[in-house]
Design a protein around this ligand. Structure first.
Ligand code: BGC
Length: 751
């Protein structure tokens, strides 16, 4: 029997079944099962019930049972549809205005997760968050951001996964599956091209078809096809003239029809929708945060909120401007997400058990694997690299700046969380006049003291702490110590781009900082015997002082166990293994978009395919640190690269990875492909990678598969992917530059 006939028979059977329990359908495919149950339930709903299903009720009188997350859609008890509470969960549960009393652990920012290059950690990251969500009664997590770091000053870079679409897409699919394993709806966002915060509600990302497909949609395509998310959040900005949430090409033509996405599309929160008919007919399924049609008080972030999928949608259905079939599809997709995730059959209830010990151990593991060792040199006249520090031998350490005595930093906005027990660092200028509508300008600091963690690992040393406000005093303390450890911080947040890639000073971040960090580091490095800089930032940093310091550790926003992870790496308890998920440029003038326009809403992606490392490669610009870069306390060699065409049109590779040093460590073998010249592609692209743990002196042969789709180019005439014929070159390297082996080109056929 053909599949369609089986499906027809099953639909007939389903229609005949009045109570559709999960086990009463003889269907093997879980998607079909969920779809049929969803459609059968839609058939029983009144128009009012359908309308209630497709918009949130966080604002206004229906908000009775909401649990304090960013969104809430009441259930329909007569049909067994549970309430749906949703909450931001980029790295931990974020009630935005609510500090939970429960022992919920905040994991490292996802830019750090990306630096682990580890899909199985990403799965566990999604799973652990899924467990936390379920335990608190939330059936939908709003994490899963994967907008690419086209603009590293984007204030949300810390909530995303760097600049490579394949790395971001693979990690997101793993994370999605992890959350689904806990039977919670997993979100992927912000679809699409929400790559900067400046003018985010009104800016129009203007991009050509090939760049759109090969870069900015590719991560979503991988995440949708492999991770099968149950929620996609569309973005605030416009894409080629239409709002992302009212964009038929993005939502219906590509996401639903071409990629076969079966679940719902949800709007982002503020003014993402302004036209009921256009949004509904473009394929938007759920409007958030929703409420009464015109909700004026209290304002959300200073905005009067209007709902377009409430009575306005009802009127559009009644007048025929939006077909009833579309409304049924919207509701059906929401129900599909509920069934497919397992929420419908087993809705989360608040009060579940929280695995605090397990979460903390996991947070430490991710933090340790996320921190990138960027520099580790020997001080002049000495043979040994500055790190790892010898905790037993050190007599004195000067710890300087960054509030390292009490806390580690985290980014702001919905990707943040409210610190338990309050913020240990006072906002310097809480009354700072900010343009209306902006979220808090005060950084969230998490109680975890790097100073204390350092003390524990250097029990014989005298340790001084200087807060950094007096550069002269800090330099004097540094001169008297065996080593100076300076903390450099930069708070970044949703709703604002960071004014520059430099470490902040009082003029660029008056609310959080009252001294010039670049000056401080330079002053310390000029006097200290050895200087190590630890960076807590969510994106790339420029380092005018780089030549005068011996060590640099990029710790990102390391989460609640970050302080211990920093100390463990500095003292060698952990051997660093992370790799940069985005390029660090030498100067902002090297960026494709040297400045972010403050008033021009047309954001034209003029650099086309030359984004991230592709830009620096093509323009032959030396970055400060390239994409994929990261040091270890041991050394590795990659050799004996062998290639052969694989079935299906791709390539199978093998490479020998050797640990040539004296301690165990992990190397990430990265495969970069250069396509045939006629393809007109940037010089190289990341096509595969593998993390390889090796003991001291150990070697192993690693096999990697590069499927044909990783070698494809978007054909703008045929509007489809195509792998060009010709000579391909492959490199295996430990970064996008350097340390690699070039094999002879491999001639492959077109597919
Ligand atoms: C953000 C989303 C977030 C939502 C709910 C929006 O401002 O762009 O990422 O999920 O708020 O808090």
């Amino acid at each position: 029997m053909k599949a369609t006939r089986i499906l027809a028979a099953v639909i007939a059977l389903a229609a005949a079944t009045s109570a559709l329990g999960a086990s009463s359908l003889p269907i093997v495919d879980e998607d079909q099962r969920a779809d049929i149950r969803a459609r059968a339930l839609v058939a029983k709903m009144t128009l009012e019930e359908k309308i209630q299903m497709v918009h949130g009720a966080i604002l206004g009188p229906l908000n009775k049972n909401a649990l304090g997350g960013g969104g809430y859609i009441p259930g329909i008890p007569r049909l067994g549809i549970p309430d749906q509470n949703m909450i931001d969960s980029a790295s931990g549960l974020n009630g935005m205005f609510k500090a939970f009393k429960e022992p919920l652990t905040l994991f490292p920012a996802t830019i750090g997760l990306a630096a682990t290059w580890d899909e199985s950690l990403s799965y566990d990251f999604g799973k652990r968050l899924g467990k936390q969500l379920r335990a608190m009664g939330f059936s939908e997590g709003l994490g899963g951001g994967l907008n690419l770091a086209r603009e590293p000053r984007n204030g949300r870079t810390f909530e995303y996964l760097g600049e490579d679409p394949v790395l971001a897409g693979k990690l997101t699919s793993a994370r999605t599956q992890g959350t689904h394993s806990e039977h919670v709806i997993a979100t992927v966002k912000h679809y699409a091209l929400n790559n900067q915060e400046t003018l985010r509600y009104t800016s129009n990302s203007v991009v050509d078809e090939r760049t759109l497909r090969e870069l900015y949609l590719l991560g979503f395509e991988i995440a949708v096809k492999e991770g099968k998310p149950t929620n996609i959040m569309c973005a605030y900005n416009l894409v080629n003239g239409d709002k992302a949430c009212e964009n038929k090409m993005l939502i219906t033509d590509i996401l639903k029809n071409e990629w076969g996405y079966k679940a719902k599309v949800q709007s982002d929160w503020i003014m993402a929708v302004t036209d009921t008919v256009k949004a509904a007919n473009a394929g938007l399924d759920e409007e958030e945060p929703g409420g009464p049609d015109d909700y004026q008080s209290p304002k959300l972030f200073g905005f009067e909120m209007r709902s377009y999928f409430n009575q306005k949608l009802k009127a559009a259905i009644e007048s025929g401007k939006v077909p009833m079939a579309r409304l049924d599809d919207m509701v059906g997709r929401r129900l599909f997400a509920l069934y497919r995730s397992g929420v419908m059959d087993n809705p989360p209830q608040p009060g579940g058990a929280i695995d605090e010990a397990g979460d903390r151990a996991f947070a430490l593991k991710v933090a340790e694997q996320s921190m990138v060792l960027l520099k580790n040199a020997a001080p002049t006249g000495e043979g040994e690299s500055v790190l790892p520090l010898n905790g037993g031998k050190l007599r004195s350490i000067a710890v300087i700046g960054g509030h390292a005595d009490v806390a580690t930093l985290f980014g702001g906005g919905s990707g943040s969380a409210v610190p338990r027990g309050g913020n240990p660092v006072k906002c310097l200028n809480p009354a700072a006049k900010l343009p209306p509508g902006l979220m808090s300008a005060c950084a969230a600091w998490f109680r975890a003291s790097p100073l204390e963690a350092i003390r524990t690992l250097a029990p014989n040393a005298t340790i001084s702490y200087l807060d950094g406000t007096d550069a002269v005093a800090a330099a004097e303390a540094a001169a008297a110590a065996d080593v100076a450890i300076v903390f450099g911080v930069r708070w970044e947040s949703e709703d604002r781009d960071t004014p520059s890639l430099a470490l902040a000073d009082a003029s660029t971040d008056a609310t959080n900082l009252d001294y010039d960090q670049n000056r401080l580091i330079a002053a310390v490095a000029a006097k200290a015997r050895k200087t190590v800089v630890v960076l807590e930032t969510g994106s790339a940093v420029t380092m005018p002082w780089l030549d005068s310091v011996q060590g640099v550790l990029q710790a990102w926003y390391p989460g609640e166990l970050g302080a211990q992870a920093i100390a463990n790496i500095l003292f060698g308890q952990t051997n660093p293994s992370a790799k940069l998920p985005l390029t660090f440029p030498k100067r902002e003038a090297d960026l494709p978009q040297p400045v972010i326009a403050k008033t021009d809403t047309q954001v034209v992606y003029e650099e086309k395919l030359l984004m991230g490392y592709r830009w620096y490669d093509a323009k032959k610009i030396e970055p400060l640190f390239p994409f994929g870069y990261g040091l270890s306390y041991t050394t590795f060699r990659l050799s004996e690269l062998k290639l052969r065409p694989a079935r299906g049109g791709g390539v199978s590779l093998s490479v020998k990875v050797s640990n040539t040093g004296r301690r165990a460590g992990i190397e990430t073998a990265q495969v970069y492909a250069s396509l045939p010249a006629a393809a007109g592609e940037p010089p190289q692209r990341l096509v595969a990678w593998k993390k390889v743990p090796l003991g001291a002196g150990e070697s192993t042969i690693v096999r990697l598969e590069v499927p044909a789709e990783r070698l494809a180019v978007w054909n703008v005439d045929k509007h489809r992917w195509q792998m060009p014929a010709g000579a391909y070159r492959f490199r295996v390297a430990n970064s996008s530059r350097g340390g690699s082996e070039v094999a002879a080109p491999l001639v492959l056929r077109s597919r």
